[in-house]
Ligand binder design. Structure first.
Ligand code: 5GP
Ligand code: ZN
Length: 115
């Protein structure tokens, strides 16, 4: 927990969020600036700056984030229609919050590769 980290503050409930899924180690909440009809952010409650550091330090927790993302997709009703999981990592990917998070995007056709 770092008090300057936005997502740590959301975990601590110091800042509000719309939580859609929660376990002892995982929190999932709606993105404040949704890019698709379903746009949920799934995070470990423990602070790691990005997916690489999470996977290296705690692969089981990294797996739990993926399992939670799949559970969120089912819960949101996009498991059948399909969805995209995104871990933006570093400047070229446009990562803006340095607490690892998995975007769950669905509910519309998401073209790939992006234009
Ligand atoms: P990144 O660009 O780092 O991959 O994603 C950060 C995401 O966090 C963005 O999609 C942004 O809209 C979202 N975000 C930023 N601040 C907040 C906030 O205070 N609450 C919520 N729910 N999402 C936020
Ligand atoms: Zn954090």
């Amino acid at each position: 927990m770092t008090s300057e980290c936005l997502f740590c503050r959301i975990v601590a409930k110091e800042l509000p969020s719309t939580v859609v899924y929660e376990t002892e180690e995982i929190l999932a909440f709606r993105d404040i600036n949704p890019q698709a009809p379903t746009h949920v952010v799934v995070i470990p409650k423990a602070h790691y700056p990005d997916v690489a550091s999470l996977a290296e330090a705690d692969p089981a927790l990294a797996g739990a984030v993926l399992a939670a993302a799949a559970a969120v997709a089912r819960q949101e009703g996009v498991a059948e229609s399909g969805y995209r999981l995104v871990f933006n990592t570093g400047p070229d990917a446009g990562q803006s919050v340095f607490h690892v998070h998995c975007h769950v995007l669905g509910g519309r056709s998401i073209a790939w590769p992006p234009g």
